[in-house]
Write a protein that binds this ligand. Structure first.
Ligand SMILES: [Zn+2]
Length: 477
């Protein structure tokens, strides 16, 4: 899931500022800061942003027309210039012209992470010069990272245009300050091995707070820093911001000067959102994206639904019968086709993320298709004895509601079908009664085809990028 903002920031900050001598850096940084963002982001950004500001009000038929036209363009390009697709289409006996509606997309076999790993060179478009390829990877927080390519100087600019259309929609201005709670700060400075817990990036107006320092000692300092920057946007992984909200609740405090809160990268649960909204006194907006830049969903400013951003790509939610979800409440795996990436095309890419379709039309007036919830990565499911994969959405909410006050953290571990260990970092007040009620709740949610053991641990570590994962899943599912 989405985690690239920080990497973007890292690369751009380092590149643009580090070429100057130390003595001049501060001066240069302040210079960058006053250049308006659309100018700094360049022509590709500005063209896309202008287009997107208009296209968001298109009718359903205009959207479909755009998607089909661009899909056809992409398929023709892939068939002509990308060796992997050329041989795939030949093998399957399909021509790009055969795919003239969304249902026919299913004629193309999905692109899996494994296929990418084994065909990295064959997936590169041959009509691009080598200098245009920028090697990129997913964070690999729940497994081995997937490596692929973006187009240098273009992919990120287009991506930023989509993000800024959304940010503008929810009320963010180009000049607003951001406070990030997304990762470890030391990652951002390759010259400084020392772990630091906060860093302010002058050109980008971003204060980064480390998600590896979420204890009372640092949270107190975080709150002070946040209060000193009124009207900022809080941006981060839900688990990090929830820890901040929890701290405020415990100390009977609230934040009263946050413009809004924006989350991404991890599943966002209703219990997290409601606590954040009450402790931060601001609306929480969530979004879903992936480093492969194939699918983008944004929570609407006027509803709890997520928009499927249609100019970005074609998203198919494949239900348990292998068909594209068309009914409200259908849950399935997301296959995503990027409509903006020609250098390394992702066509029906199996994201391994599980999505709940809504299909409800949105009251904001946009004709975008909608989804109800993001259920998470398939690796974050538990598998029972019979092979059934169980989402943890309901389970995690129930655990928090029950005894979170007596538990610091928890995480599931699975390496065998039908067996799981719930690791708990307990607080002093934790008793056997808590243990019994946890097990009772889990069995009532997950059934009897899974054996649950509880193990007490001293700590549960985040991934190297500061994400929290709910299941350490050792099975390949
Ligand atoms: Zn809407």
């Amino acid at each position: 899931m989405f985690s690239r903002s920080l990497t973007d920031l890292e690369q751009r900050s380092l590149k643009s500022v580090e070429k100057f001598p130390q003595s001049l850096r501060r001066f240069v940084e302040h210079g960058y800061r006053i250049v308006p963002l659309p100018i700094r982001e360049g022509q590709i950004f500005r063209n896309w942003k202008k287009f997107l500001d208009e296209s968001q009000w298109w009718s359903k038929s205009e959207i479909e027309e755009y998607q089909l036209e661009n899909l056809s363009k992409l398929l023709n390009h892939a068939c002509k210039n990308v060796p992997y697709y050329r041989s795939l289409f030949k093998r399957e006996g399909i021509k790009p012209a055969d795919i003239d509606d969304f249902d026919k997309l299913s004629l193309i076999p999905p692109l899996t992470k494994n296929i990418i790993k084994n065909n990295l060179d064959k997936l590169k478009a041959q009509n691009y010069s080598e200098s245009k390829f920028k090697l990129t990877a997913t964070s690999g927080s729940t497994g081995v990272p997937t490596v692929f390519y973006h187009e240098k100087g273009k992919s990120k600019a287009i991506e930023q245009a989509f993000h800024w259309r959304y940010r503008n929609t929810i009320g963010v201005k180009y000049s607003d300050e951001y406070i990030y709670l997304t990762g470890i700060v030391t990652n951002l400075n390759r010259f400084d091995e020392k772990v630091s817990w906060s860093k302010y990036y002058i050109p980008y107006r971003i204060l980064v707070l480390s998600s590896f320092h979420l204890n009372d000692f640092y949270l107190k300092r975080y709150v002070k820093l946040i209060r000193s920057r009124p009207n900022s946007i809080l941006f981060g992984f839900p688990s990090n911001l929830y820890a901040l909200a929890k701290y405020l609740e415990k100390n009977e405090e609230t934040l009263d000067n946050i413009k809004l809160t924006h989350t991404g990268s991890e599943n966002s649960y209703p219990y997290q959102r409601s606590l954040m909204e009450s402790q931060f006194n601001s609306r929480v907006f969530d979004h879903y994206g992936n480093a492969e830049l194939c699918a983008l969903f944004h929570q609407c400013e006027q509803a709890d639904l997520y928009h499927i951003v249609p100019e970005y790509g074609v998203s198919e939610i494949i239900n348990q019968h292998g068909k594209v979800a068309k009914n409200m409440g259908d849950i399935g795996k997301l296959y995503a086709t990027s409509l903006t990436n020609y250098i390394f095309p992702f066509i029906r890419y199996d994201t391994e993320d599980i999505i709940e379709y809504s299909g409800k039309s949105c009251k904001c007036g946009r004709s975008f298709s909608t989804i109800k919830s993001i259920q998470g990565r398939i690796q974050e499911f538990l598998v029972d004895r019979t092979g059934i994969k169980m989402s943890l959405t309901g389970v995690i909410g129930a655990l928090h509601g029950m005894v979170f006050k007596n538990m610091e953290k928890f995480q599931f571990f699975q390496e065998e079908r039908g067996e799981t260990i719930l690791k708990i970092v307990k607080r002093d007040a934790f008793t056997n009664l808590d243990k019994d009620s946890i097990l009772k709740t889990l069995y009532s949610k997950m059934g009897k085809d899974i054996n649950i053991k509880i193990e007490f641990v001293d700590d549960i570590k985040r991934t190297s990028r500061g994400k929290f994962i709910w299941v350490e899943q050792k099975l390949s599912i």
